[in-house]
Write a protein that binds this ligand. Structure first.
Ligand SMILES: C[S@@+](CC[C@H](N)C(=O)[O-])C[C@H]1O[C@@H](n2cnc3c(N)ncnc32)[C@H](O)[C@@H]1O
Length: 357
């Protein structure tokens, strides 16, 4: 409780800002999320592990999927924690999992052979949502516009079954070098081309694009990061201010405009952030749709709620807002997904749009 109160005091300007659309209960839950460690989550690389045949719980002891999960379970057993932490399934992907106890960090499992050889990737569940929502298909030409360190790029390539072409872009040279290493390690350098530069400068005639437009673009935008604040890491919140939010909103608008010019007619553009402010989410999208009337909001490619049992696991998922501060947005904005941060999820926003044929 003291930690929650301290978070509210330290982040008072942020909480006042968010109070324009979050009620007292949500604000309290948010402060709690900022002070609570998140469980370690991971996913299997479907290009390296055949996950098609087995279902949870791990019944078939001989499947490659079971082999990786059993190696995780053995490592958890070796931590001697009581009760022994377990591997839990993810409600929206059968290839994603969570360790049941938050005291188990990535460092406890990073030595696993399956991690070293790229069969298993540690990644937050929220971050997995965006590439799944793109709906990339084998043979597509895809752009990942702000890509480092590349967790989402790898998932796009997996969705494409390694067939097609992917251009990834990143402005920060050091982060781009890490992105390139991750692509090389995953054995995907044949289909992925890395460009280092400002995404706003990408245009159809840019050498990295070569005049060929894209079937799908993922803009996982630089943002204010309100969904990934951790009080234990002051770097995650020390820059926050209203000016910081507005600066990101301008950058996001510029990136979206560049993405529009790079998209084929009929192509899909997925926009995501790990922040909560409407200014960087619905408002940016609303401004984009007004500027480019040939774009419309479409369903996310990931069917998230298939039955009641699953629906109950998504208490922290809501639809995009259709109005804010008296301003109405298109009704289709409700097709966006907002993820509220908690001990399992980072805060996240994702929406998918399509260009008219
Ligand atoms: C949210 S992170 C991307 C995370 C990445 N999609 C992943 O899943 O690993 C946003 C990235 O955008 C980069 N960035 C910031 N401004 C940019 C710009 N103008 N053009 C391209 N990339 C930019 C940042 O350096 C950062 O790596």
């Amino acid at each position: 409780m003291a930690a929650v109160a301290r978070a509210r005091r330290t982040l008072e300007p942020l909480f006042s800002h968010l109070a324009s659309f979050l009620g007292p209960t949500d604000l309290h839950a948010l402060a709690h999320a900022y002070t609570t460690p998140r469980n370690t989550t991971f996913r299997l690389n479907t290009l390296k592990v055949d996950t098609a045949t087995t279902r949870w719980p791990v019944g078939d002891k001989t499947s490659p999927r079971s082999e990786v999960l059993q190696s995780v379970e053995a490592a958890l057993m070796a931590t001697s924690r009581k009760p022994t932490p377990r591997v839990l399934p993810c409600p929206f992907s059968r290839n994603a999992f969570m360790v049941s106890h938050p005291s188990i960090a990535v460092k406890h499992l990073a030595g696993l052979p399956a991690h070293k050889d790229g069969r298993l990737h540690f990644q937050s569940w929220s971050s997995m949502l965006a590439p799944l929502c793109v709906g990339a298909q084998p043979g597509w030409r895809v752009l990942d516009m702000c890509a480092a360190p590349g967790g989402k790029t790898l998932m796009l390539c997996e969705a494409m079954r390694g067939v097609g072409s992917v251009v990834v872009n990143e402005i920060d040279a050091a982060r781009a070098a890490r992105l390139k290493r991750n692509i090389d390690t995953a054995g995907l350098s044949d289909i992925v081309r890395v460009n280092v530069g400002d995404g706003r400068k990408l245009a159809p005639n840019h050498p990295a694009v070569g005049g060929e437009l894209f079937d799908a673009i993922l803009l996982d935008a630089p943002c204010g990061g309100e969904g990934i604040i951790a009080m234990s890491e002051p770097a995650s919140y020390k820059h926050w201010s209203l000016a910081w939010v507005q600066k990101h909103a301008r950058l996001q608008a510029g990136l979206l405009a560049a993405a529009h010019a790079l998209l084929k007619p009929g192509g899909v553009l997925t926009y995501s952030t790990c922040t909560l402010s409407v200014e960087e989410n619905e408002l940016v999208v609303d401004g984009f749709l007004e500027r480019f009337p040939d774009m419309s909001i479409v369903n996310l490619a990931l069917p998230l709620v298939s039955d009641q049992e699953v629906a109950e696991r998504y208490a922290n998922f809501t639809a995009g807002f259709t109005h804010h501060h008296g301003q109405g947005f298109p009704q289709e904005m409700a097709k966006a997904l907002r993820v509220f941060p908690n001990e399992h999820y980072e805060g996240f926003f994702v929406i998918r749009m399509q260009k008219r044929e």
